[in-house]
Ligand binder design. Structure first.
Ligand code: PMP
Ligand code: GLN
Length: 380
């Protein structure tokens, strides 16, 4: 293993899901729903396979039906216009979009400012690109970005801001004022922005505002999303970017040598999913909001300090009220203690101290599963 990757080891998601399987624990670690998305969307994938749509290599940028559906989604929800032929690219999940964007846009030695705790692939992809990550630390209890620190972090070597709103794992949703300050800085310092908005439909308070909708941002922003989160088909790995033509073309240059293409029949199904009526999106959000409340109350009752997320399907907590000093040790011992698995946020921080006692819990699970988990956690 080369030096760029050696530091990263096995992802925490793989480690903790394996632990859950080995111990038969309730898995509130890795973020995937325990209920599949809409039956008609699954049917659409089956139909595509049967009808021979997408069983052979789809077109490099994605099938036209899906690119058009993505453009229509951006128009419908955000009033953003994108040309489906030149401003949309389908990827193998958001994960490939992140990798391809960073590999395409960074030179070795470039600095990338990213919110920490980082989603785990950010740090690894920045490293694979030979670039340097510069964390902007979100700290408990509020997890707001320090905008003065952000301004101070920009140097002549800064090439790109890597954002994530709603933010995994903290649940922070950037406010209009924060987005405006970030946009102003990006324009002033001529920075590119890659923004991971995979939880765009899981904002429980206020509304999601895409960074690309702010003045001066559309031309410098790569926006990433994924069907995995919005439609509860994380195994399909259908993601996408929307961006101006030059940036789409750059990201596509990298993407073509990573996977070339993927998910043929699923692309047709996701095109249908994106066109679901507002009632789908509203019910999805309402369901998860109720689950957030259920799990938040249960974690509070178990004695943890709960930081209520504004978005995503994760709750970050502090386990120090239980007398715990180390969230990683806590998570490794938790299956033995009470048959539940969670994720230690410290592995997403360069500043390990800042995340030492934070633990993340996924609530994209059946109500009865969350209730059982909460019952078990009472033993803590
Ligand atoms: N970004 C964030 C913030 C995520 O939480 C995830 C997955 N949980 C991804 C990207 C990856 O998405 P995908 O499964 O579509 O690759
Ligand atoms: N994004 C999911 C999470 O945060 C995990 C996806 C993965 O395992 N790479 O839990």
């Amino acid at each position: 293993l080369n030096r760029r990757l050696a530091a990263f080891g096995t992802t925490i998601f793989a480690e903790m899901s394996a632990l859950a399987a080995r111990t038969g624990s309730i898995n509130l670690g890795q973020g995937f729903p325990d209920t599949d998305g809409p039956a008609e969307v699954a049917e659409a994938a089956v139909r595509a396979i049967r009808d021979g749509r997408g069983n052979q290599y789809p077109p490099g940028p994605g099938v036209p039906e899906l690119r058009e559906a993505i453009a229509a989604h951006q128009r419908r929800f955000y009033n953003l216009d994108h040309d489906p032929d030149t401003e949309v690219l389908v990827t193998a999940g958001a994960t490939e979009a992140i990798a391809a964007a960073l590999l395409a846009l960074l030179e070795p030695g470039d600095e990338v400012i990213a919110l920490e705790p980082f989603y785990d692939s950010y740090a690894a992809c920045i490293a694979m690109a030979g670039a340097v990550r510069v964390p902007l630390t979100l700290r408990a209890p509020d997890f707001r970005p320090d905008l003065d620190a952000l301004r101070d972090a920009v140097t002549p070597r800064t090439r790109l801001l890597l954002l994530n709103t709603p933010h995994n794992p903290t649940g922070t949703v950037l406010t209009p004022a924060e987005l405006a300050a970030i946009a102003e800085l990006a324009v002033e310092r001529n920075l590119l922005v890659v923004t991971d908005e995979v939880y765009e439909h899981l904002v429980f308070e206020g509304a999601h505002t895409p960074l690309a909708s702010l003045p001066g941002m559309r031309e410098r922003t790569v926006t990433i999303s994924s069907a995995g989160k919005t439609f509860s088909f994380t195994g399909w790995k259908v993601g996408w970017i929307t961006a101006p033509p030059a940036l789409v073309s750059a990201v596509r240059s990298a993407k073509q040598f990573l996977t070339y293409v993927s998910s043929g029949p699923f692309q047709y199904a996701v095109a249908e999913a994106l066109a679901l009526p507002d009632t789908y999106y509203d019910a999805f959000r309402a369901d998860l909001a109720a689950k957030r409340d259920l799990l938040a109350d249960g974690l509070t009752a178990a004695g943890l300090r709960v930081f209520r997320p504004q978005g995503t399907y994760f709750i970050t907590t502090d386990v120090s009220p239980l007398g715990e000093k180390d969230g990683l040790a806590f998570c490794r011992a938790l299956p033995e203690r009470c048959g539940v698995v969670a994720i230690p946020n410290q592995v997403f921080y360069d500043d390990r101290e800042a995340g030492a006692t934070q633990v993340r819990w996924a609530f994209c699970k059946k109500t009865e599963v969350l209730r059982e988990a909460v019952d078990r956690l009472r033993a803590l």
